[in-house]
Design a protein around this ligand. Structure first.
Ligand SMILES: [Zn+2]
Length: 335
């Protein structure tokens, strides 16, 4: 454990009892069953179907008609299939309204392979009090159960682990949840998808995960595209992790032109095999106005209608794009 986080707590009964599966090749659990990495196909690694910030359940104005959400999502996923997408990872944190039954219904109706995650969000906008005070080994136990047995009494299993930080300095509470994510990874072999605040703290987060025994290529460091500094992207890639260009279309964080320049720079620098493209779009955010759809009227299509042409204009090829959208997700899950 990183020495500057003495409060995490020792490796205990849960972590000691189970086998280390870091080197094992495990099937990918989707919400509708297990698949092999070769079946993944073109994949968006960070999108959402439904998100409700903690507390929305108490707000009459934020009540959601899930049947309506399902219908919207099925239509938008069908549009994504027309762009060749076969798989969709929804790393919704546990406490942000994650609804795996809804995900499974949408996956079946849209015939899309959807992967959900276990893991809590960051301290600024998540981490319910009940869990904040929990000892780390009980959090590990919960994550492992969601990965190996199922979620909320269903047999639906998490296919990856989500973890998050809210600032450059990882807080002691966040450190506990990061440590739990790392231990659950070691015990199950499923990879880790992170949230950073627009790349802030990405290197600290990556260093933490590596110090906790996670191989760099089993981590996707999220939202790095919120930072324009090519040195940040390059360092995350050089140290061996996947770099999340996973908020494409969010102009308030970064113009897409800057993102496209950054993807080209990484590719020319020899790091195409570390680039992940996605959009962090939400089909429905409880109590909030859903952001406007893309140019073809669909929620998740902007990457294909607007961003990929920007990459091609800058000289990248369909072969490069296939590395980002097909090969990299497959290798991330396959280990
Ligand atoms: Zn997200």
């Amino acid at each position: 454990m990183p020495a500057q986080y003495p409060g995490i707590g020792p490796v205990g009964a849960v972590t000691a009892r189970l086998a280390d599966k870091r080197e094992m090749r495990v099937p990918i659990q989707t919400v509708t069953g297990a698949i092999e990495p070769e079946e993944l196909g073109r994949t968006l690694m960070h999108e959402h179907l439904f998100v409700a910030f903690h507390g929305a359940e108490f707000d009459p104005a934020a009540q959601t008609d899930k049947a309506w959400v399902a219908a919207q999502a099925v239509r938008s996923l069908n549009a994504l299939k027309a762009h060749g997408v076969r798989s969709f990872v929804d790393p919704c944190p546990i406490e942000l309204g994650r609804d795996v039954r809804l995900m499974a219904e949408i996956a079946e109706r849209a015939e899309m392979q959807i992967v959900c995650t276990t893991g809590f969000y960051h301290e600024a906008a998540g981490l319910p009090g009940h869990w904040r005070r929990m000892e780390v080994e009980r959090i590990v136990e919960h994550y492992v159960r969601e990965i190996e047995t199922g979620i909320d009494g269903t047999g639906i299993r998490a296919g990856a682990i989500k973890c998050a930080t809210s600032a450059a300095n990882i807080s002691p509470v966040e450190a506990k949840f990061l440590a739990a994510a790392c231990r659950a990874h070691r015990l199950t072999g499923v990879p880790i998808i992170t949230h950073t605040e627009n790349g802030i703290g990405a290197l600290e987060q990556q260093a933490f995960l590596l110090a906790e025994g996670v191989a760099p290529h089993r981590c996707l460091i999220g939202h790095c595209c919120g930072c324009a500094d090519p040195a940040l992207h390059r360092t995350v890639a050089e140290r061996g992790s996947y770099v999340g260009f996973d908020r494409i279309g969010y102009a308030q964080f970064q113009p897409d032109a800057v993102r496209a320049d950054s993807v080209v720079a990484l590719t020319r620098g020899g790091f195409a095999d570390r680039v992940i493209l996605s959009q962090d779009r939400v089909c429905h955010l409880a109590g909030r106005t859903t952001p406007p759809p893309g140019r073809d009227g669909e929620i998740y299509s902007h990457l294909f209608t607007d961003f990929l042409p920007m990459l091609r204009d800058r000289g990248l090829t369909d072969a490069d794009i296939a590395v980002f959208l097909d090969a990299n997700p497959r290798r991330f899950f396959a280990g």
